[in-house]
Design a protein around this ligand. Structure first.
Ligand code: ACO
Length: 325
């Protein structure tokens, strides 16, 4: 009998501090940085984002999302044998956020590691977990996207600091004799590493290079729309499906214009796309599982629906997962 992987529960968590565009504009104005609700909404579709308090780490956000996902799946943390955290803002250089999260969950013995593929991180992590379940290495996984991007934002750079937020999303992925995940597709092209990066690193007890995010927004925009269409078509082809089979498109929530462009290229009506970027901003690796959980809990996504999840981000990385929920 074939072995597949299937999502059995979803969860998410947003830190309580919510800033509307107007709130952020007021904070930035005090630092001499000018922006407006009108500019941010028109260019990005973002209306609000959440920022974690300084004492809160990625593993804290991930923990809350995991507890909700475990409850939805009817599972205990002790039953999990694989924990993968997709993040670019881990608690420490090492150990991984996944190991720190594992301890907070009270789980002992599961394999635990981080995946670093920036905004495509959750797609990469889900692909790895699917493979480990299919090969019999794991049976019940927690796959998480969690970020505190507020820690790496340059609040003197209005072209980037208005775009991002903090949060976490998680799924329980279990072995199943029915699919589940139908196909996955992941890629990278490292020659574009400099268009979106945090170039600093720890060296000799100090940070060498800037520890803050820098981005060529227009270059990112152009690359993103192309690869999102390519990976969507590739994953559909691998699964022997067409656009007509998609019930919900859940893209990385970076910018409403990139998202609308992708839906249009796939000839999907806008009503078939889950949108949370307006309320969360770009939460990088957390954005897809956050949007998935919002869609499940609002009753939009129903058991048996076919979902196309897809992401793109720094690296440059991109990919898609097609699944029956
Ligand atoms: N508030 C007010 N004005 C601003 C702001 C701001 N926050 N930011 C930039 N401006 C000004 C600029 O200074 C410029 O002014 P000028 O014409 O007087 O020089 C003007 O607005 C236009 O700036 P551009 O950078 O050309 O604006 P653009 O239309 O390209 O929009 C944006 C910028 C929103 C970043 C766009 O390029 C974009 O969406 N890129 C995709 C990037 C993205 O989504 N990244 C997310 C991370 S990657 C990922 O997740 C896939």
């Amino acid at each position: 009998m074939s072995r597949f992987s299937r999502i059995t529960g979803t969860g998410s968590y947003l830190p309580p501090r919510r800033l509307t565009n107007a709130d952020l504009a007021t904070e930035l104005a005090a630092k001499g940085v000018e922006t407006s609700d009108e500019w941010i909404v028109e260019r990005t579709g973002i209306r609000a984002r959440h920022f974690a308090d300084p004492s809160v780490c990625v593993s804290d956000l991930a923990l809350q999302a995991c507890l909700r996902a475990l409850e939805a799946a009817g599972r205990e943390a002790s039953e999990i044998d694989l924990i993968i955290v997709a993040t670019s803002t881990p608690d420490m250089v090492f150990p991984s956020a996944a190991c720190i999260l594992q301890n907070k969950l009270g789980n002992v013995g599961a394999a635990a590691f981080d995946v670093q593929a920036v905004c495509s991180g959750f797609i990469y992590a889900l692909t790895v977990a699917d493979s480990l379940i299919k090969t019999g290495t794991a049976t019940k996984a927690l796959v998480i996207g969690a970020e505190v991007f507020s820690r790496i934002l340059d609040f003197s750079d209005r072209t980037t600091c208005v775009l991002f937020g903090d949060g976490a999303g998680a799924v329980v992925l279990e072995a199943s004799d029915v699919p589940g995940i139908l196909a996955t597709d992941i890629h990278a092209d490292g020659k574009y590493s400099s268009i979106l990066c945090v170039p600093g690193h720890v060296s000799g007890g100090q940070v060498t290079g800037s520890p803050l995010l820098t981005m060529d927004g227009q270059a990112v925009f152009k690359l993103a729309v192309g690869v999102l269409e390519d990976t969507a078509r590739a994953v559909l082809e691998k699964a022997g499906k067409t656009q007509a089979d998609i019930d919900w498109l859940i893209p990385h929530q970076a910018n409403i214009r990139i998202m609308q462009n992708t839906a249009k290229k796939l000839k999907l009506p806008p009503e078939k796309m889950i949108v949370t970027v307006d309320q969360h901003g770009n939460t990088s690796a957390a954005s897809i599982p956050l949007a998935l959980d919002v869609a499940v809990r609002s009753g939009k996504v129903q058991q048996g629906d076919t979902l196309l999840l897809e992401g793109v981000g720094g690296g440059f990385t991109w990919g898609a997962v097609l699944l029956d929920y």
